[in-house]
Design a protein around this ligand. Structure first.
Ligand code: UDX
Length: 457
């Protein structure tokens, strides 16, 4: 643990699992480097303060929730509109409190999607850095939306989905980071705001590393005249069993079950915290897994299957007929699962955390993106880093079975993918070692933060 720096950082996570995890990991990294930490969060999806007794937590009251029936886009727009005043009040109080005199605030670090924090920080003259929790390559695609509209790639037309996006190879039109919405203009506006206020920040922190996304970092560095700090992979700064920011309790039987399986024999399946599918799609997945004859550990988060509580869609006797070859859980300790030697492949939606976590353990991926950055990530996994296969959009049991076999049965293609995944794992490890790219970038970030001179008025 580094000597205390006598400076406090105010961190603002977006209250969704895939954003809370990296923000709290970043908080932990900066704490071990000597900064004191205050997490400012809405009451919705509040992190559990008792897991982090060394941080301060400040809750801003809110009235919004994200339920199975509400949509993500409206949630994000509402959050950005409704948080402004309570956030301003909360930060104002923190800056005037006695603690602020003992440990002056150095800066605010906000999730990029909480773009409302820029206006507040500006009005208080508080230095603001941004954490972009997704990859750099997908951010480049978000930032290019005006161009995509100009060129007519979006709004997308079915007949053009396979077309290459000349400006951002190897993306095709269907890989652009879109969401299904009746109100695309609202989505473009959200993107515009979050890109603009990222550009308006004093720098961007990435949960990525130079060797993985060097072309995107260079491209963005030219477009944005602010410093970039690729200091990831965040979760590898600590042992995987260290304090968890999971909002759902993680089923530890996943690990005892994996303990009974051979090296590289199990397919781990999880689609993160937001994706949802129909019962029919889920049945194709279940049959594809069963027919592949490979053991599998499948996370079925309550809410994953539209209209179902949990596994009711499965025909009676389905689980028994697997004879122990498959385990369904509601939520798994994913970091430990991916690090387990029994896991041989990860069938994922390619949320950025899952993608990085898989890369760090050298686990090849079967990619099935649902929306936004997941589509870009999946394309990079399968066609740039070439550490996985991408499934067709139509979820179909035959294709699932064939894809699992392509990765898991002994064959040249599967071996080549696995070898590349192991090589990438090594690079992810080296960048955190002393003198490695992420380790050096973290040192630069610390110096940069300490250079801010902010005084409360
Ligand atoms: C969301 C977006 O969907 C994603 O596109 C974006 O990149 C980040 O925000 P989410 O869908 O939840 O994230 O996916 P992901 O980024 O993979 O984050 C999920 C997190 O939950 C990971 O850190 C993973 O380790 C954890 N997890 C997942 C568990 O702890 N247990 C599980 O069973 C499944």
């Amino acid at each position: 643990m580094a000597q205390r720096k006598g400076r406090r950082l105010l961190l603002v996570p977006l209250p969704l699992q895939g954003h809370i995890n990296p923000m709290l990991q970043l908080a932990q990294i900066l704490y071990t480097k000597g900064f004191s930490i205050t997490i400012i969060h809405p009451s919705f999806n509040s992190p559990n303060p008792s897991n982090y007794p060394h941080f301060n937590f400040s809750c801003i009251e809110d009235e919004f929730v994200l339920t199975e029936s509400s949509d993500l886009l409206s949630f994000l727009i509402e959050l950005n509109a409704k948080c402004v005043e309570p956030f301003k009040e909360c930060v104002g109080k923190l800056l005037q409190s006695d603690d602020a005199w003992e440990e002056p605030v150095a800066c605010l670090i906000s999730d990029a999607i909480c773009h409302f924090t820029q206006g507040v920080a500006h009005s208080l003259q508080l230095p603001r850095l941004v954490l972009r929790t997704s990859g750099v390559s997908s951010f480049v695609a978000f930032a290019a939306y005006p161009l995509f509209r100009q060129r007519g790639y979006i709004p997308t037309q079915d007949c053009k989905l396979e077309e290459e996006v000349e400006e951002l190879p190897p993306l095709r039109v269907k890989d652009l980071p879109l969401v299904k919405t009746e109100e695309p203009e609202k989505y473009y506006e959200l993107l515009h705001n979050f890109v603009k206020e990222t550009k308006g920040s004093l720098g961007v922190i990435w949960n990525s590393f130079e060797e993985l996304e060097s072309p995107a970092l260079t491209k963005l560095g030219k477009e944005f005249s602010i410093p970039m700090f690729p200091i990831g992979p965040f979760h590898k700064y600590f042992p995987s069993s260290s304090s968890s920011s999971s909002l759902i309790s993680q089923d530890q039987t996943s690990i005892t079950w994996l303990d009974t399986h051979k090296h590289n024999s199990v397919v781990y399946v999880s689609f993160g915290s937001l994706a949802a599918m129909t019962e029919t799609e889920f049945l194709e997945i279940a049959w594809g897994l069963a027919n592949s004859k490979h053991p599998f550990l499948c996370v079925v988060r309550p809410g994953l299957i539209k209209g179902s509580e949990w596994l009711e869609a499965l025909p009676s006797g389905f689980v028994e007929n697997l004879e122990g070859r498959g385990l369904f859980v509601k939520w798994a300790p994913q970091l430990e699962v991916l690090a387990h030697s029994a896991v041989g492949a990860f069938w994922t939606h390619n949320g950025w955390n899952s993608t990085m976590e898989s890369i760090c353990e050298g686990v090849p991926m079967i990619c099935m993106p649902f929306f936004t950055d997941q589509k870009v990530n999946a394309r990079y996994v399968s066609h740039v880093w070439r550490v996985g296969l991408q499934l067709d959009e139509r979820i179909e049991r035959g294709e699932i079975e064939r894809s699992i076999r392509r990765l898991m049965d002994p064959n040249v293609e599967g071996k080549e993918i696995r070898d590349r995944a192991l090589k990438l794992k090594e690079e992810a490890k080296i960048c955190l070692q002393q003198g490695g790219s992420s380790s050096s970038s973290l040192e630069d970030l610390l110096t940069y933060i300490l250079s801010f001179t902010f005084e409360t008025s």
